[in-house]
Ligand binder design. Structure first.
Ligand SMILES: [Fe+2]
Ligand SMILES: [Fe+2]
Ligand SMILES: [Fe+2]
Length: 419
């Protein structure tokens, strides 16, 4: 049975959202920090300050494509900005503890003059959303100056914000921001390693909230969904790997608690892929050796994110080992068969199975018997565990159905928005 703290898991997992930036990482953290500082300037209480901090961390969860992220850090407004805000709202709605964040995320790219014309939003939501919009755009403006000439640019950025008062941003928020950002310390905290330190300290001080195993699973499904949405080819991949891993764990006779934890590891195994550029995931030809090396980083990134969550030690390893192989030729640790527990071996078989059951840019989706033939060949070459592959062989049809996860079981209601 695992319990872990909501804040700790949110901070760790949002690290992966920040990975989407590729060159410009930590956007969510900086937005969370600036929202928090403005909340302090407004004299809001601890609960409200921490709420705005967490909304800042999560506000761009509707974006997992690196292509779209480029707009986030370069433009004031762009066509389609509203779509990731709507997608973010849809994603956060699926988790009961995020209900209070959804409307703010929905309107975090809506200019103040438009917000005021919307009768359905209450005034507090409008202000919160506009605060996120303001600090979000400040981060976009500052992005190219971090660790370079930031302090030389702060007056210019502050003037720019002041110039948008009443139009893009609420006049009272502009005042608050100008007060909060009046000194160098506000800006210097946005740069590493100070930002990391700030996040670490927030992690220590935010009000703890113990999640149940079921809530951890729900939250993991949200992040699995975000990873899977990165490429149309990998839609539902993590959800399918989790579902098949769960099925195989049941067939292998593991106990209920372990089955749940294997499922969570399956949901999160590819979270490090958020760092991989879309072009690579969608590439139709063979990868060059540079591209392969870049791709190989993802399971290590997964490990680094998950290992920091209390109670996730095992889950982090099982997820991180999904490209390790019994012959010791896998990555990133080069573990051998005897070092790979049944949990990790299940997840690697489920990972290959699910990927083969889906179409890829360079091949069609395989039929169950073709998948089995492929898995057996890999097991014969020491690349997958023989016993787990035998388990698949005995239960091929049910494994296939598990890997493809019933579409009705999808996390979110259907969307008109496609990535
Ligand atoms: Fe955004
Ligand atoms: Fe943003
Ligand atoms: Fe995978």
């Amino acid at each position: 049975m695992i319990t872990t703290d909501l804040n700790q898991i949110v901070i760790a997992l949002t690290d992966t959202l920040d990975l989407v930036g590729i060159d410009e990482v930590a956007h969510g953290k900086r937005v969370g920090y600036m929202a928090f500082k403005c909340a302090c300037e407004m004299g809001l209480n601890k609960v409200e300050r921490e709420r705005l901090f967490k909304i800042g961390l999560l506000h761009d969860c509707g974006v997992s494509s690196t292509r779209e992220h480029n707009f986030l850090v370069t433009e004031l407004q762009w066509e389609g900005a509203d779509e990731h805000a709507a997608e973010g709202e849809r994603i956060l709605q699926t988790f009961s503890l995020f209900q209070d964040y959804t409307a703010v995320v929905r309107y975090h790219h809506t200019p103040w003059c438009d917000l005021q014309a919307l009768s359905e939003i209450d005034s507090k939501v409008a202000l919160d959303a506009n605060l996120i919009f303001l600090v979000d755009r400040v981060d976009a403006k500052s992005a190219e100056h971090y660790c370079r000439d930031l302090l030389e640019k702060t007056d210019e950025i502050r003037d720019w914000v002041a110039g948008l008062s009443g139009n893009y941003f609420a006049p009272e928020l502009v005042e608050i921001f100008l007060q909060a950002s009046a000194f160098d310390a506000f800006w210097l905290m946005l740069e590493p390693p100070h930002l990391e330190r700030f996040i670490y300290e927030m992690n220590q001080h935010v009000e703890p909230y113990d999640l149940s195993q079921n809530e951890i699973k729900q939250l993991s499904r949200i992040f699995a969904y975000i990873v899977d949405a990165k490429s149309s080819y990998t839609a539902m991949h993590s959800l399918g790997v989790a579902s098949l891993s769960r099925h195989l764990a049941q067939l292998a006779g593991l106990d209920g608690d372990k089955i749940d934890r294997i499922e969570i590891a399956g949901l999160l195994h590819d979270i490090g892929k958020l760092r991989i550029p879309d072009e690579l995931l969608d590439k139709s030809g063979a990868l060059s050796s540079d591209e392969k090396q870049l791709m190989h980083r993802h399971s290590f990134e997964t490990y680094q994110v998950l290992r920091r969550i209390d109670g996730f030690r095992d889950i982090a390893l099982w997820a991180a080992y999904h490209h390790e192989t019994p012959d010791g030729g896998g990555y990133p640790f080069g573990r051998h068969g005897s070092e790979l527990g049944v949990e990790a071996r299940i997840i690697s078989v489920a990972d290959v199975f699910q990927a083969l059951a889906q179409k890829r840019p360079y091949r069609r989706a395989m039929k169950p018997w073709e998948i089995l033939r492929f898995l057996k060949r890999m097991a014969g070459n020491g690349k997958l565990d023989r016993e787990i592959v035998t388990l698949v062989e005995r239960n091929l049809q049910s494994c296939y159905l598990s890997a493809l996860v019933n579409q009705d079981d999808n996390l979110l209601p259907p969307s008109s928005y496609s990535y």
